[in-house]
Design a protein around this ligand. Sequence first.
Ligand code: GDP
Length: 527
Amino acid sequence: MSKGTDQVLQQEVDKRRTFAIISHPDAGKTTLTEKLLLFGGAIRLAGTVKARKASKHATSDWMEIEKQRGISVTSSVMQFDYMGHRINILDTPGHQDFSEDTYRTLTAADAAVMLIDVAKGVEAQTIKLFQVCAKRGIPIFTFINKLDREGRNPFELMEELEQVLGIRSVPMNWPIGTGRDLCGVYDRMKNQVELFQGNDHSTIEVQKVEDYNDPIIREMAGEYLHDQLCQDLELLDVAGDPFDMEKVLKGELTPVFFGSAINNFGVQTFLENFLQLAPKPQPRSSTAGQIAPSDEKFSGYVFKIQANMNPAHRDRIAFMRIVSGKFQRGMSVKHIRAGKDIKLSQPQQFLAQDRDIVEEAYPGDIIGLFDPGIFRIGDSLSQGSEVVFDELPTFSPEIFAKVTVKNALKHKQYQKGIDQLTEEGTIQVFRTVGFEDTILGVVGQLQFEVFEYRMKGEYGVDVQLQRMPFQFARWIIDKDIDPSKFRINSTLVKDKKDNYVVLFENEYAMRTAMEKNPNAKFLDTAP
Ligand code: GDP
């Protein structure tokens, strides 16, 4: 007898894990991603993901600017299978310059892996990305990388997670020695020792033990390292947080794994634990309440739009996260905002190397939809009832520039370009009150370069960008706004929807303005 469709759907949902890796550049995200993909057999050769960074013609470097700079400007998705699971990794740009895209991509993840360099600890970009995840309350798993190098004390790193990020941690394993002395880790959950062997730490020997006092560890690691391990773990047992699944799922406690991605050490254990602990695809809220993945009616939302992935065509790809039901190639769905039915005929899925046409996909999966210009970020698609998923968050821009067109005759093209690029959600546009100057706000500097490049390449417009000294944007809600109040180290502008926004040069100016206008509300993002 064949299985019921709801049973198949449930099984497909249960086996999926969709997550993003968040880290500061150089922490080893590319290396870790590559190792994870290797476990899944998704790539044949080590170095393939790496090559994406260096090579000029790698698959993910769709945009010219990516090729020139050797970086991945826009996030993409990779899928692989491992031990009965189907895993979707949402890639976020590893470069210092990231964008709203990076942030928004995180809304499509059900969990995050926070990758930290053992020597550097929590860094600037990790903090920003962490905060976005924390706001959603998704579980966060920590991988402390580069254990083969001299690094900081593990207790100190845990302390930093709490101090800087405000999250408690529970080590799932613990290093035996560090840097050159590193000989392995002790797995606290399974009570086993995983040993490195050889200079490159590559061979792993796994030994079951009674507990960390087991004399076998002494034989393997030597007296000194074993004493140290016992001391550390006793302290953790007494003073550390116990493992608490509920807290992990709420994002209040992060399981910590120590390892070395480049030596493939601790990666497999991490992956297997992660697959066991990380949540399967989660419901998303909508106007019709929470939509569960097991809901048989297909639904999904667009969280990212990427233009001209193939420069030969003027196409855009809309990335959709499937929320519920089964997706089938060629199916007709309702495009809620546009109020019409559309046929999803060229869906694509992304492996490490190729874009493949997908025949079917399930909740948690990300598919790329060919977009002739009909999608916007946040669009909901569904089969059956009118489901509109909660609006995707926008983020406060931190970098601003005044934009002018070099050739005034190109104004129409310029306006079209600005409109389309704001629709894609990579830039925010403001107009100064009175002067009608156009000011662009972005989250990362690279977005300006992409903007300039695309205005020229796609719309034939040369623009000039003049950096402005502002650092903060606050949407202001006040009964009567007096522009003269915002002249010192600040300026009053309007956004696309005519909301008033104040741009501030520094935190001091912002605080002063808030104090002087106690009746006004200052918001990080558009109301
Ligand atoms: P990303 O910028 O976060 O993607 O970082 P990469 O994966 O490109 O790694 C940055 C650098 O750190 C590269 O030179 C890697 O070879 C190196 N690296 C990554 N993982 C490890 C590790 O476990 N140990 C050591 N010693 N180096 C590593």
